[in-house]
Design a protein around this ligand. Structure first.
Ligand code: SF4
Length: 290
């Protein structure tokens, strides 16, 4: 059973800077602090206070979460039609603890009441399907995109790096259900874990209808400062002989192979900041049939 606490927050919608601003977002909406998925590679705890965290969060990443108890009220008061909102860069809105607390329905109702120009939900949680009726309602009011993370096509790899996340097949079913419900759904291949790159792209194209977004592990060799891959994931790579997936040259090759396969299937593809920029666009670009 996931542990959660809750406290009233001063704000829920923050103007963005850096990566998200470059991608075209204006605001982020973060319903909680810390994330009970607790992925071994999560960059958020490496941001420490810059990520709005307290010491106990980065020392015990994934052990508990602290919900913003007044999230829906704050959202209702601070949303505007010209905002391009990313939910959420600092936690997964459908993390395991959300199953107990259910903060998202109230937030989505607030977003429906005052829809921003674009609303992007970044998640890996099949629990999102519990809010399908609300998502449909929001979809009729603004540009809604779900960006759903699937990081590998190998269940053994998934279990090692992200043991608290849903199995891959359940995630594909979730993506397909969202797509069939008329919600624009992208697959985020990030971070790219050891995988068969072409097979992963083929499955993503088959289940979704939005652009594919990819991002390898962030390594200090490439990203000199700011958020980076947690040491736990690097340790896993060293232990299992997967160091290649941390090497910039191999990462470029994998991203190139993904892009080529995606292009061959007629699906838009982006990586890094430009990839996330595809999610921030105010108009939905029709994809070729797949
Ligand atoms: S789901 Fe996202 S925010 Fe949560 S631990 Fe995993 S990578 Fe971090």
């Amino acid at each position: 059973m996931a542990k959660f606490r809750e406290v009233p927050a001063r704000s829920i919608l923050s103007p963005v800077s850096g990566f998200l601003a470059q991608a075209g977002f204006t605001h982020s909406l973060t319903p909680a602090r810390n994330c009970t998925f607790g992925c071994s590679y999560c960059y958020v705890p490496t941001m420490r206070v810059q990520g709005g965290l307290q010491r106990k969060d980065w020392l015990h990443w994934g052990d508990f979460t602290t919900f913003k108890s007044n999230a829906a009220d704050l959202a209702a008061r601070s949303l505007r039609s010209d905002q391009i909102v990313y939910c959420s860069p600092l936690t997964d809105p459908y993390q395991p603890a959300e199953a107990e607390r259910r903060l998202m329905p109230g937030i989505l109702e607030a977003v429906i009441g005052m829809p921003p120009g674009v609303f992007v939900i970044q998640t890996r949680g099949p629990l999102i399907l519990a809010d399908l009726a609300l998502l449909r309602a929001l979809n009729s009011r603004t540009v809604l995109r779900v960006s759903f993370s699937v990081t590998t096509d190998c269940e053994d790899v998934r279990r090692i790096f992200e043991p608290h996340c849903a199995p891959i097949e359940e995630r594909w079913r979730t993506v397909r259900t969202l797509t069939e419900a008329g919600i624009s759904t992208s697959v985020t291949l990030a971070p790219i874990l050891p995988c068969n790159p072409e097979a992963l792209v083929e499955r993503a194209v088959a289940c979704s209808d939005g652009p594919l977004v990819a991002d390898p592990f962030h390594v200090r060799l490439v990203k000199r400062s700011g958020a980076t891959t947690r040491a736990a994931a690097e340790g896993i790579c060293h232990h299992h002989g997967w160091n290649q997936w941390l090497e910039p040259e191999w990462q470029r090759e994998v991203v190139g192979r993904m892009e080529a396969r995606s292009g061959a299937l007629g699906r838009e593809f982006g990586h890094g900041c430009a990839g996330f920029g595809l999610l921030a666009r105010s108009k939905t670009v029709k994809q070729a049939d797949s």
